[in-house]
Design a protein around this ligand. Sequence first.
Ligand code: SAH
Length: 254
Amino acid sequence: MSSEYFYVRPDAVHGKELIIDGDEAKHIARVLRKIPGDMIWVVDGAGKAYEAVIAAMNQSQKDSQHEVHCEVLHVEEQLNEADVDVTLAVALLKHPAKMDWVVEKATELGIRRFIPLRTARVISFITGVETSPRRVERWRSVAIAAMKQSGRSFLPQIYPVSPLAAVMEHSSEYELKMIPYERTDHVLSIAETLKHRETPKSVLIVIGPEGGFTDEEISTAEHHGFVQVSLGKRRLRTETAAIVATAITLNNYQ
Ligand code: SAH
C-alpha cells in the first residue's frame, strides 16, 4: 500500500494516459519534487486507484500551471473500500469546525454519502451559515483530503443541507435504516442489530442534534421502517454519536 495518494476526477484518465493538474500537480512538482520515471498512486474518487509512472511534467508559460502526465500501469477497483454502502446523516452542529471534523472522520471510516440535516431542534441561526453552498464546498474539500489520507478510492458524496422529512421520504432506497436514540431502554445496540441480519447492501444512519429528536420525528422514523438503536448508557454529543455509530457499523463488515 502506498503512503501517498493523489486525486484526479475520473475524466482525467483516458485509457493509459492520466493527467494531473491544479494544486495536485503543483504539489507533486514543487513540494514532492517528483521527476519523470517516479511511480505514484492516484485515486479517482469513483472507486478506481491507478498505479502510474510519471511520463512528463510541464508548466505552462502563459499561466504557470503545472501538469503531470502519467502512464497507467495497473488499475485496482474499490481499493480499500468496504462492501457495505453507508450513508451518514447528521443534524447541523453549532460549531462549524465540529461538522468539518465529522466529515473528516466519517470519510476515514468509509462512508459513501454525507447528508447535513435540518431537524426540528436544529437552532435556526445555525442554518444561515451552515447551509451556504460554500459550506458544502468546504465539506467536499475536507472529504477529498480525508479520502487521500486514508487511502480510499471513493470520494463520499456531500449532499446539500436537507430537511429530515425529505431524507425520510427517500429512505426506501436503503436496505437498513438506523436511528440512534437515547431515550428508550429497550433498544438494541448496533452490534446486536446487525448480528441478526444478512449483510445489507446499503445502510442509512441518522443522528439527531444537541437537543435530540422530537417524539414526532421518532414516530415518523418508525413509520418509515427505521430501527432504533442504542449507543450505550451514556448520552453522547452529536459528533461523538455520529462517529461511534459509523465506526461500529463499518467495522462490522471489514
Ligand atoms: N436528547 C438529548 C441529547 C441528544 S444527543 C438531550 O437530552 O438533550 C444527540 C444525538 O446523538 C441523539 O439525537 C442521538 O441520535 C445520538 N445519541 C447520543 N447518545 C446516544 C446514545 N447513548 N444512544 C443512542 N443515540 C445516542
